[in-house]
Design a protein around this ligand. Structure first.
Ligand code: CA
Length: 223
């Protein structure tokens, strides 16, 4: 597992690097946003840990720049819980977040969760039974009326899961367990942010409908 760690605090960078290296991961460390963007191209990480407060750029702007050319999973690392609304509100395509101080166990679990891809689990090749939306697990791509919908890894997994059975209501906890492989506190906000982002990308909120107090269901929208 290749991890790009974007962190300007040498103490945090040192302890995270040690811990991830001990877990068998290869860590590439950058202390600025500009270096991070260059490193995504050169190092080709499988996951990025992104600090928000960087000396040259805001971590969210760095993430947005990376999203323009890469769908690599991004975990936002924030020092303050009140920054999370800003993170989630921007719908920038981050896959998850952790709040400092975090335990190494939590960090490893998050990395494992966001990098777990659909093709590693026993899922059908073509998950969706929708006629307008085609979700292809082999190529990890989704199309709407033949046009590609650019999704992050977790948005893809979420859409693949919900669209596998149109009309069926999936409970929040079941979605979290299946798509994120976790039940972390706060992840339910991540779920809402991902649903909002997918709805926006599909151009119509009706594709994924909220069922109050239960969860969400995928509904085929007529053309
Ligand atoms: Ca910082």
């Amino acid at each position: 597992m290749k991890v790009l760690l974007v962190e300007d605090d040498p103490a945090i960078a040192g302890s995270v690097t040690t811990s991830l290296s001990n877990a068998g991961m290869t860590v590439h460390h950058c202390a600025t946003g500009a270096d991070a963007i260059a490193a995504v191209k050169e190092f080709a990480p499988e996951v990025i840990l992104m600090d928000l407060g960087l000396p040259d750029m805001d971590g969210l702007d760095v993430s947005k720049s990376i999203r323009e050319f890469s769908s690599v999973p991004i975990i936002i690392v924030s020092a303050r819980g009140d920054e999370l609304d800003r993170v989630l509100g921007l719908e920038l395509g981050a896959d998850d977040y952790v709040v400092k101080p975090f335990s190494q166990r939590e960090l490893l679990a998050r990395i494992k969760a966001v990098t777990r891809r659909g093709h590693e689990t026993q899922q059908p090749v073509i998950a969706s039974t929708s006629t307008r939306i085609v979700v292809d697990e082999r190529t990890h791509s989704a199309t709407l009326d033949g046009e590609e919908v650019v999704l992050t890894a977790k948005e893809f997994d979420l859409l693949a899961f919900l669209s596998s059975e149109p009309g069926v209501v999936f409970r929040r906890n079941d979605i979290l367990e299946h798509v994120w492989d976790t039940n972390w506190y706060g992840t339910t906000k991540t779920l809402d942010a991902h649903i909002a982002s997918i709805r926006k990308k599909l151009g119509n909120p009706d594709w994924i409908q909220s069922v109050r107090g239960v969860g969400f269901k995928f509904v085929e929208v007529p053309q």
